[in-house]
Design a protein around this ligand. Structure first.
Ligand code: FAD
Ligand code: NAP
Ligand code: SF4
Length: 674
């Protein structure tokens, strides 16, 4: 049965705009402005999303004053001398048939600059800079600055502004008692704490015509101690409506919150209860956000009366055609955001520019074109892991005739192990996407076909691409032939039964994933009550900040001890924005972690190792090797002997520091060069 998206595809009027559907691209920092040709890049990035029929685009945040920038290189809009670049961006989106709203964001105490300011003194734990408290006059000046930026946005041709009042930035720091100890008219009672956003919206409204949309992003659940209760949020939402907002967007949690809000371990649409609370308080349209990556989920939120529109940020990095594919009933072809944060947020927080693991063209529209090749060649691709798949699909889209060989009975390569790890369920979507693209492009897929060098020599292909991936690295430790020694492949792919006491050797991404898998906990990402309980979220919204004491963990299913040779804390290189979640879960399950070890031997007793000059033994039922990987180049010698020209990609090209991000990026770039 085909799904109906009657709600999601219905138009809605916001100020002077009639949006053709309910799908909005949420604001994202991309740092594209730090690259060469920034305006061209931003225009191409946004225009491509407008071509994909997203109803409305919210830009990344522009600060209204210099002390409000996220970092020194972050953008600011406070003078008419900056208007030309904005005119170009707005015009590019309009030419593509879209609508675009400028977000005004004052970073407050999150600004990574020594100039940062806040309602009160007090450093955030996620910033090295301590803020200065604004004087009363400075608060009023900041209100005026927001209005000035809105007027500039109107002049530049934008369709509206979004005022960022959530995520723990300046406005949110005023509304939550935890960061507001002021004694003037902007501190104390709820009425005083929300005065700052109320006055901003009033001042903005006074500067722009009624046709120009004023969207306010409200923090629907703060997820920090001493944040607002649900009743206070409802009162605050009503005040914003009265002040003149045309629509409320919702934010979830602060950046410093101890509860994950957008990672893959967060269930889809987990925050519906907080959004519904806002929706029930007001008469203007309300937009839901966070972990909405699927049109079915989006449709359901609107049908259930949770929200009128959905804001999706990362899903529009992953697929600029999300809305168009939904309209055409081709939702199977949507390249779904898997919420990994690897190429977007993790890069932003490492002072790099955002792109997307599943779509390397995101933010690189000028560098990786979507055009056909000059001639059509016959190409053999060996290996249907992410590298082989990305290459094959992009090469087929260029007009080449592609045959894709895969030794196993399914596509996906190592993604088939990743998807079994709790919190990585979304990898199933990536495999589904690749599958749909194989059908769409007409790639000839040959499963259960282990290629030999002679197969490639005889069949007259113009190009041979080898994406044969990696094999586990087997370290040199005495006793490796003991039956209690397993590899991560035995555990995650072959499903070998694992005992109660487990030593994990190697603490890279795979070591941590194996530990998580062996905990045997229920899959939080598929169960909203379990997720809320384990992270201490109050679903009744009665408690300040929406926080309660987390449910006590049940006793761990196994005794797990992780080891590494490097004398540094384990998990140092896990994702910047997700590693803490994994480490917190393992800590709760009392997983032990020891670095700086020397492996001595494995025997009936378990793992013998040395640490700090002392010999120790961990009595283990099983020892699981997660000690890295080596390129699988088993075809290399044969191909050389037979004189078959070939190119390596993905893990087969280089195993060190390999991940799906690099594999897909390299494969896509090579495909568009042919
Ligand atoms: P592979 O995925 O290894 O695919 C190679 C394919 O080639 C295989 O399907 C194999 O069967 C086939 N093949 C080999 N020889 C032949 C032959 N002769 N003929 C035909 N077919 C052949 N990366 C991330 O970015 N993020 C993550 O969160 C993440 N989590 C992971 C979790 C786990 C548990 C694991 C194991 C890996 C994870 N990775 C993650 C790593 C990621 O999966 C790999 O980097 C990626 O799969 C490498 O892609 P590839 O195409 O080069 O190789
Ligand atoms: P890895 O990150 O390189 O980790 C390998 C581990 O093995 C290290 O802890 C290393 O630590 C140890 N090791 C290396 N050589 C060894 C030897 N000779 N003897 C004993 N121990 C040895 O690789 P991985 O965990 O296999 O992961 C493979 C790739 O998949 C990674 O590059 C990663 O990016 C990707 N991945 C990513 C994620 C994610 O969530 N983003 C998840 C899983 C995998 P010591 O040398 O200190 O002992
Ligand atoms: Fe989504 Fe990962 Fe792409 Fe970020 S990098 S947009 S989280 S798929």
């Amino acid at each position: 049965m085909t799904a109906s998206f009657s709600q999601l595809l219905s138009p809605i009027k916001i100020a002077g705009m009639t949006l053709p559907n309910r799908m909005v691209m949420g604001a994202m920092h991309t740092r594209l402005e730090t690259l060469d040709r920034p305006i061209e890049r931003l225009s191409a990035f946004y225009a491509r999303r407008a071509e994909g029929e997203i109803a409305l685009i919210l830009t990344g945040g522009y600060a209204p004053v210099p002390e409000g920038v996220m970092e020194d290189v972050a953008p600011l809009l406070n003078s008419s001398s900056q208007l030309q670049e904005h005119r170009e961006i707005a015009a590019a989106v309009h030419r593509a048939g879209g609508r675009i709203v400028l977000q005004i964001l004052h970073a407050g105490r999150y600004a990574r600059t020594p100039l940062c300011v806040a309602p009160s003194e007090g450093k955030s734990r996620i910033n090295i800079f301590a803020p200065r408290a604004l004087s009363t006059q400075e608060v009023w000046d900041t209100v005026a600055a927001f209005a000035h930026t809105a007027a500039l946005a109107y002049e530049a041709g934008y369709d509206g502004v979004e005022i960022m009042g959530s995520e723990g930035y300046l406005v949110n720091e005023f509304t939550a008692a935890t960061t507001n100890q002021r004694t003037d008219e902007f501190g104390g009672s709820l009425e005083n704490r929300i005065r700052f956003p109320v006055e901003i919206v009033k001042a903005v409204r006074a500067k722009v015509p009624a046709s120009f949309a004023v969207i306010y992003r409200i923090s629907s659940i703060d997820l920090v101690e001493n944040g607002m209760t649900g009743a206070e949020v409802a009162q605050y939402a009503r005040a914003m409506e009265l002040a003149g907002a045309d629509m409320l967007n919702t934010g979830i949690g602060w950046h410093e919150s101890g509860v994950p809000t957008i990672a893959a371990s967060v269930p889809r649409a987990a925050w519906a209860h907080a959004v519904r609370n806002v929706k029930q308080a007001v008469g203007i349209p309300v937009m839901a956000s966070n972990r909405i990556n699927d049109p079915l989920v989006a449709e359901q939120l609107i049908r259930d009366g949770v929200a009128d529109l959905v804001s999706m940020a990362r899903p529009l990095l992953a697929d600029p055609d999300f809305a168009k594919k939904t309209r055409l009933g081709r939702q199977d072809e949507i390249n779904t955001c898997i919420a990994c944060n690897q190429a977007c947020l993790d890069r932003i927080f490492s002072e790099q520019t955002a792109t997307c693991l599943v779509n390397p063209r995101a933010g690189r529209e000028l560098d990786i074109p979507e055009t056909k090749g000059a001639s059509s060649r016959r190409i053999a691709v060996v290996g249907a892991g992410p590298a082989g798949l990305a290459f094959a699909i992009n090469a087929a889209d260029r007009g080449h005739r592609v045959t894709l060989f895969e030794a196993s009975a399914q596509i996906g390569g190592q993604l088939n192990m990743a998807k079994r790890v709790p919190g990585k369920n979304e990898f199933n979507e990536l495999i589904r996407y690749f599958s749909a693209q194989i059908k769409r492009t007409g790639i000839e897929l040959k499963l259960s076909s282990r290629v030999r060098p002679e197969d490639l020599a005889q069949s007259g292909f113009d190009e041979v691409i080898l994406a044969t991936g990696v094999i586990p690295r087997i370290p040199e430790i005495q006793g490796l032939d003991h039956p209690k020694v397993l590899s991560y492949v035995d555990v995650l792919e072959k499903g070998v039964a694992v005992g109660q006491r487990v030593a994990i050797l190697g603490a890279g991404g795979i070591g941590f994933d194996v530990a998580e898998y062996l905990l045997g906990d229920p899959e939080e990402s598929l169960d909203i009550p379990v997720f809320m309980g384990s992270w201490g979220v109050d679903r009744t919204l009665q408690q300040p900040g929406g926080l309660i004491r987390p449910a006590l963990p049940k006793g761990p299913a196994r005794k797990i001890h992780m080891f590494q040779r490097k004398a540094e804390s384990l998990g140092k290189n896990l994702g910047k924005t997700t590693g803490w979640i994994l480490k917190a879960r393992l800590r709760r399950a009392q997983v032990e972690m020891t670095g700086g070890v020397t492996y001595r031997r494995i025997d009936d007793q378990g793992l013998h190792y040395g640490v700090n000059g002392e010999d120790r033994v961990f009595e283990a039922d099983h020892v699981v090797l997660c000690t890295g990987q080596l390129s699988n180049r088993s075809l290399a010698d044969g191909l050389k002997q037979l004189g078959v020209r070939h190119q390596w990609i993905g893990g087969a090209d280089q195993a060190a520091e390999l991940d799906a991000l690099r594999a897909i990026d390299q494969a896509t770039r090579l495909a568009v060069s042919l």
